[in-house]
Design a binder for this molecule. Structure first.
Ligand SMILES: Cc1cc2nc3c(=O)[nH]c(=O)nc-3n(C[C@H](O)[C@H](O)[C@H](O)COP(=O)(O)OP(=O)(O)OC[C@H]3O[C@@H](n4cnc5c(N)ncnc54)[C@H](O)[C@@H]3O)c2cc1C
Length: 285
């Protein structure tokens, strides 16, 4: 199928984007890498009257380290994040997750901000941002507001973004040297969206004890959520066969997967337990 007709504007500044969003409201859509939006237009799942191309707005680009804070511009591509030495050093979880996103051609064009705003329940970045406790910087003509990743994702393809707002950047505190991260995903074929995936982060003591553990899943619910019961089962403990089993058991309280085209709900819960064991083993290594 072909996309329905739409008007197109290449915005040159955030001010121009704000004006266009104020004027056109929900009949306009921002266009970043186009890797999700164009597909949804072609499938006639969306029919905006105007596409506002934001890819030439310099202040939305780049990855910047300021002290312990990393600022990732909305237009940073998946590939830029994957090959960034600063990201590998300060936020290794993102480096671990990036290769799981689609294929090279899509990673070269698709953007961090586009993925977060799209909020696909099987996408990698949302779960990573939840465990990293990232802050999302949302801008509009009315000003700037910061929303924590945990509040940003509100349901299936639903976020805290208002129709007149743009996600401008994401701010994340660097994870220190005593932190460990792991990203594990199962998909039917390399490059497909996840059947189930998990992002995990914890502080590890010299004795191998995990604390401040954060575990979030993708592909098992409408939005990424922290697996609180499972985290509590491991807090202050060393990773062992017993603690992995306890964390897996607790996942029954944390997750209520829905069946999708690829797996039944019970299969998803089983796979979530399998990858939790792998992620915890990686954290402890
Ligand atoms: C074959 C294929 C496989 C894929 N597999 C995966 C995968 O495994 N994992 C994964 O995570 N993704 C996958 N994707 C999607 C890909 O990661 C997209 O890049 C991403 O979802 C959207 O980013 P984009 O820059 O292309 O955004 P666009 O498609 O341009 O926009 C997506 C949505 O976000 C809005 N938007 C974009 N930028 C902003 C912003 N700064 N502020 C507010 N709203 C904004 C747009 O208006 C639109 O509604 C796949 C895509 C394809 C085509």
């Amino acid at each position: 199928m072909k996309a329905p007709p739409f008007a197109y504007v290449r915005a040159r500044s955030l001010g121009e984007v704000f004006d266009l969003l104020e004027h056109h409201g929900e009949s306009a859509r921002l266009l970043a890498g186009g890797q999700s939006l164009l597909a949804s237009l072609n499938m006639r799942l969306a029919a905006p009257e105007l596409l506002i191309d934001i890819t030439h707005i310099a202040e939305l680009s780049g990855i910047e380290v300021r002290g312990r804070k990393i600022r990732i511009g909305a237009l940073a591509t998946h590939a830029e994040i994957q090959r960034s030495a600063e990201i590998a050093r300060h936020l290794p979880l993102l480096s671990q997750a990036a290769p799981h996103i689609a294929h090279v051609a899509i990673r070269n064009v698709g953007t961090f901000g586009g993925s977060l705003a799209h909020a696909d329940p099987a996408a990698e970045w949302p779960a990573c941002c939840v465990v990293l406790d990232a802050q999302f910087v949302l801008r509009s003509r009315a000003g700037t507001r910061r929303v924590a990743a945990r509040e940003f994702f509100q349901g299936l393809y639903a976020t805290a973004l208002r129709p007149n707002e743009i996600l401008a950047q994401v701010e994340v505190a660097a994870t220190g040297t005593n932190w460990r991260s792991a990203f594990v995903e199962l998909s039917r074929r390399r490059g497909d969206y996840a059947t189930v995936g998990v992002a995990a982060l914890a502080r590890k003591s010299a004795r191998g004890v995990l604390s401040d553990l954060r575990v979030a899943f993708l592909g098992v619910g409408p939005a990424p959520a922290l697996a609180r019961a499972s985290m509590a089962a491991l807090e202050g403990k060393r990773v062992s066969a017993d603690t992995i089993a306890a964390a897996g058991e607790a996942l029954g309280q944390d997750l209520e997967p829905s069946a999708d085209l690829h797996a039944a709900a019970s299969t998803k819960l089983h796979l979530a337990r399998v990858i939790t064991g792998r992620a915890l083993t990686a954290l402890a290594a």
